[in-house]
Design a protein around this ligand. Structure first.
Ligand SMILES: [Mn+2]
Length: 330
């Protein structure tokens, strides 16, 4: 089956969402095979979404593969999710599904395989996602992409088992900052997932509260390097810090991911920015805003995207240049 009419929903109105959900569910249920793909620098929401969706499809008798881009290792907490040992290269499939992926560029080295599939489906909650599939189920009002996967399970009538609940909960707890900015729906979903057997406290510990000792040293180094820029963003102020590959040392690629949550607590700065070096000279930049600045818009200017108050972009160059470019537009 090939969908010739491109169907995109990026608004949250119930009617529009419902129409695309119906289409997505019918495509998935009828698919001979499905290749599910995560975004670069995979987090708990993209991985939890992929693993939950593959379990839901298995319950329907639909074969699927789960993949994430680039040759990286999953962070230990995420690698502990049920089924995470099943990640591999995508099989040639009749339907490719990108989960939690704000743009096709974020598919990295999976992009060609995604685009080669006869039917492509995008399931996401990033407001900056304009859609890049034949079917785009994009709901910016959802707290996480696993919330959308739950809607698919419900529509298919697939019952939640404890493992699927774990995978869905993983996306919810991380994308809501441990429920700090969860919507009412997010709390209701959490209650459902816990009742279905999700290991709430264990997942919170494994995904958010477990680090090697060397992480404390890294944290102290990076936070000590933080700089305030009171003139930035029309005088609203910014704070930024740099984590170089050398700072990170032997720690894994995701070691600095959560440090933005400490930086953004600086009460004199509207915007927090964390510059994280991967391979030397290549950077991913995390941005957070308190409420007045749209960092998704700002990140878009650098080819990135995200949510209004949490966004990011990738860039190259020496640390000083990368910071200067940021400040010149801030
Ligand atoms: Mn997400």
């Amino acid at each position: 089956m090939t969908w010739t009419v491109r169907s995109t929903v990026t608004d949250s109105s119930a009617g529009a969402q419902d129409t695309v959900l119906t289409e997505v569910v019918s495509v998935l249920a009828a698919a001979p095979s499905v290749a599910i793909m995560c975004h670069q620098r995979p987090d708990a929401d993209t991985v939890g979404s992929a693993l939950a969706l593959t379990r839901i499809l298995r319950a329907l008798g639909v074969a699927s593969t789960v993949s994430y881009p680039d040759a990286v290792e999953l962070p230990p907490g995420i690698a502990g999710l049920p089924g995470a040992d099943g990640f591999g290269r995508p099989a040639e499939a009749s339907v490719a599904v990108a989960v939690d992926c704000a743009s096709s560029a974020r598919l990295g080295d999976l992009r060609a395989a995604f685009e080669a599939a006869p039917t492509t489906v995008v399931i996401d909650h990033h407001r900056s996602n304009g859609g890049f599939g034949d079917l785009d189920l994009i709901d910016p009002s959802a707290d996480c992409t696993t919330e959308l996967i739950l809607r698919i399970a419900d529509r298919l009538g697939v019952e939640l088992d404890p493992e699927t609940a774990d995978c869905l909960f993983a996306g919810l707890i991380t994308d809501t900052g441990s429920f700090r900015w969860s919507s009412p729906a997010g709390h209701e979903i959490a209650a459902r997932l816990l009742a279905a057997g999700a290991r709430g406290p264990e997942l919170a510990h494994e995904l958010l509260d477990s680090h090697p000792m060397a992480w404390l040293r890294l944290t102290s180094r990076v936070l000590a390097s933080a700089v305030e820029a009171p003139e930035a963003f029309g005088g609203r102020g910014a704070v930024y810090a740099v984590c170089t590959a050398e700072d990170r040392g032997e720690l894994p690629w995701d070691a600095a991911e959560s440090l933005i949550d400490l930086l953004r607590t600086v009460d004199t700065a509207e915007v927090a920015a964390l510059f994280k070096e991967g391979d030397p000279g290549t950077w991913s930049v995390s941005l957070r805003a308190r409420g007045e600045v749209d960092v998704s818009e700002f990140a878009h200017g650098f080819g990135g995207g995200g949510h209004r108050l949490a966004a990011g972009y990738s860039t190259d160059g020496p640390a000083d240049d990368v910071v200067r470019q940021f400040l010149s537009r801030a």
